[in-house]
Write a protein that binds this ligand. Structure first.
Ligand SMILES: [Fe+2]
Length: 143
């Protein structure tokens, strides 16, 4: 089935100044739209055409000859999930079990970073609380 770009659940400027309308427009109107268009192009006329987005992601995952299908369908799902995970004037600290899991995971990441000789600056920054744990895999330690 052909997918259409889902509407944002809020106005493009609703998250400013944290995320500008320009940034939202870029990631939704261009980036997300490109994934939707590519998804539709790559599934057209294939076994994936009649599947739901989730079914396409599951069926194409790990298939060496289906990387374009998987990458684009997964990015459609990721972007849609991301937009629906934010809201204007929302936020605050997590509570309960999710808060405990985040804290436990952050300490585990911190301990791994601190023990890595390849990442001493990250470890020091992590210990001082100036970096979030997710930075290790994407910014500082990946090079
Ligand atoms: Fe994006």
């Amino acid at each position: 089935m052909a997918f259409t770009l889902p509407e944002l659940p809020w106005a493009k400027d609703a998250l400013a100044p944290t995320i500008s309308a320009e940034t939202i427009d870029y990631h939704h109107g261009k980036h997300h739209k490109a994934y939707v268009d590519n998804h539709n192009k790559f599934v057209s006329g294939t076994k994936y055409e009649s599947m739901s987005l989730e079914e396409v992601v599951k069926a194409s995952q790990g298939q060496a000859n289906e990387k374009k299908v998987f990458n684009n369908s997964a990015q459609v799902w990721n972007h849609t999930f991301f937009w629906n995970s934010m809201a204007p004037k929302a936020g605050g600290n997590p509570t309960g079990a999710i808060a405990a899991a985040i804290i436990a995971d952050a300490y585990a990441d911190s301990a791994r970073a601190a023990s890595s000789a390849a990442c001493p600056l990250f470890s020091m920054a992590m210990m001082s609380g100036s970096l979030k744990p997710s930075c290790c895999n994407t910014t500082i330690c990946s090079g």
